[in-house]
Design a protein around this ligand. Structure first.
Ligand code: MRU
Length: 366
């Protein structure tokens, strides 16, 4: 996507000087998402531990981008030591950085498989190639999701008689959460670019405000009309006919179509069901966990630091980014980062292969 006329992906390799062993030493560029929307800053990561920290602190975040970051993390690890022991140790360290998005495990496994059969001296080059391929594929997948989602929006808009088509989204499943384009936002960008009159209701997405800070920032940069709402406003808007469709992303989807996504998604699905509003989930295939069936019992929900609930970060009047406490000092707080929406509440899953009912996911990928 373009930021002020310059094209960016969310993650990219940076070529450095050549060494006697390698054609070139690489580091990895990322956009530090913890500073958005107030500051756009790029960071350069040179070591695996820096990448792990970036994933944990959510400088990079969103399931597909976490996968891409893990792939580049493996490449950084191999660059220093390509032995089997080091590859295994690095894979285990990455797997522990964030537990819910299955793209992380998918990318680490794919890197391990790509490297396993190669002689040590061929591994470094292969690792960078494979990570780059994972990123290129992510972009293609999301473009395809955008195309299939656009057809859904066009169909739904044609059936109604409103001049503006209102889509509600939760969290950030835009280009910042992927390598480019996004999942839930890809159909919205496609509809806007096709000249449709779309307007987006952006859930603020407490506690970390990915909607208010990241989705809104993306939509401003792309010129898509939108309004930020508090997380609790969605049900009211749905009851009053102001939401035509909901599209969200996912961190892990079971083979039976249960959807794990940012905390609060389930409540939106319940309200959508009660108000007969189509609830779609945009899902690239690396987000599907074919090994599990029951989202409620089989997915580990990340528990994050309760301080993310107790404190909020924003821009002070003097232009400094500040973090302030919003709760009493002695109150307990709890911070589950994701929830599970059962397949029965999901109207359809938008994948790179097309749109399907959640219980038909397997047939689509067979
Ligand atoms: O905790 P985050 O910000 O990594 O959570 C992100 C989400 O929940 C997104 O909706 C999901 O990863 C889909 S991203 C295309």
């Amino acid at each position: 996507m373009k930021i002020d006329e310059k094209y960016y992906r969310t993650i990219w390799p940076i070529t450095g000087a050549a060494s006697p062993e390698n054609d070139a030493i690489f580091s990895v560029g990322i956009i530090d998402q913890t500073l958005l929307p107030h500051r756009f800053e790029v960071k350069e990561l040179a070591r695996l531990d820096e990448m792990i920290l970036a994933i944990k602190t959510m400088q990079v975040r969103g399931a597909p981008l976490i996968g891409a970051a893990a792939a580049y993390g493996m490449a950084l690890a191999v660059q220093t030591d390509a032995s089997d022991t080091h590859i295994e140790k690095s894979a285990q360290a990455l797997l522990q950085s964030r537990p819910t998005a299955v793209n992380l495990r998918w990318a680490v496994n794919r890197m391990q498989i790509a490297l396993a059969a190669l002689p040590l001296k061929a591994r470094n080059q292969k690792a960078w190639e494979e990570a780059r391929l994972i990123c290129d594929e992510d972009v293609q997948i999301n473009q395809a999701i955008g195309g299939h989602g656009l057809a859904l929006i066009q169909d739904a808009a044609a059936k109604g008689s409103k001049s503006v088509f209102n889509i509600l989204t939760h969290c950030n499943a835009g280009w910042l959460a992927t390598v480019d384009w996004g999942t839930a936002l890809a159909p919205i960008y496609a509809a806007h670019d096709a000249g449709m009159n779309v307007h987006v209701w952006v859930d603020e997405t407490r506690p970390r405000n990915q909607g208010a800070s990241l989705t809104a920032w993306e939509l401003v940069k792309h010129g898509v009309p939108h309004t930020i709402i508090s997380d609790n406003a969605g049900g009211h808007l749905m009851q009053h006919g102001q939401v035509d469709m909901i599209i969200v992303g996912a961190d892990r989807v079971t083979s039976t179509g249960d959807v794990c996504n940012k905390i609060g998604t389930y409540l939106k699905a319940l309200a959508a069901f009660d108000n007969n509003i189509p609830f779609y989930v945009a899902v690239p295939s690396p987000t599907i966990d074919w090994t599990i069936q029951d989202g409620l019992s089989d997915i580990e929900i990340e528990m994050r630091d309760a301080d993310e609930v107790r404190f909020m970060t924003g821009l002070a009047k003097d232009g400094a980014i500040q973090t302030v406490r919003v709760t009493p000092i002695h109150s307990h707080a709890l911070n589950p980062a994701f929830d599970v929406t059962p397949a029965r509440l999901v109207t359809g899953i938008i994948t790179e292969r097309g749109v399907t009912a959640p219980n038909k996911l397997k047939q689509l990928f067979n």
